[in-house]
Ligand binder design. Sequence first.
Ligand code: ADP
Ligand code: MG
Length: 246
Amino acid sequence: MPTAPVLIRLEKVNKHFGSNHVLRDVDLEVHTGETIVLLGASGSGKSTLCRCVNRLETIDSGRITLAGEPLPEEGRKLARLRARMGMVFQSFNLFSHLSVRDNLTLAPVRVGGRSRTEAAERAGELLARVGLADKADAYPAQLSGGQQQRVAIARALAMDPEVLLFDEPTSALDPEMVGEVLDVMAALAADGMTMLVVTHEMGFARRVADRVVFLDSGRITETATPDRFFDAPRTDRARDFLSKVL
Ligand code: ADP
Ligand code: MG
């Protein structure tokens, strides 16, 4: 998707935790409508990269921009920026004391300034989109892990984000529930959502990614189409990684 505008750009991004150099001169462009799957061994920096993009972590040097604007430092501007990016984590992080509907309407009402009616209507649409139209009144504990994660995706969509960041969204799920979550993500990608996805689901990566980015000890060592990456990885480290996960 080289002609679509760049939505997220990382330029020479470096991040340390103490003496641990976790991101090394990371350059990455995510184009509007593109799905990028970020692969790499455990500890290679995938989560840190995602967390730097929505500024849950600060970077030590380099630059990250969203639609050309640098990420704001703090305060209200940062809250507005976060609203433009939806994040879905491994653990579902739903509010357990709130119904599914209220999980979806909380941020739009409190942060987005929507009316309760408007937010509830939108929540209904989003629940239908993730196949859970009948669960608006349920509480998270009454749902399976796969259903909870689909609610988390609907909640991330409720603020109409420009991009969704996924950090191993299916890693905590029982195997039989992985497919239903990946199907929702694939449908979003097909609808043109911009997505940055960390996953170990190689079938998904191959089927859905526009580009695969491989992170090795904090450095991007390969960026390729999925077919190229999976059929002919360029580096020994990528080959080694694939031999373990495929
Ligand atoms: P991945 O998601 O690819 O498994 P992470 O981004 O979680 O990798 O971690 C990259 C490196 O940074 C690891 O060495 C990890 O121990 C370290 N790290 C991650 N988060 C923190 C933190 N909050 N404090 C200190 N070290 C961290
Ligand atoms: Mg991680």
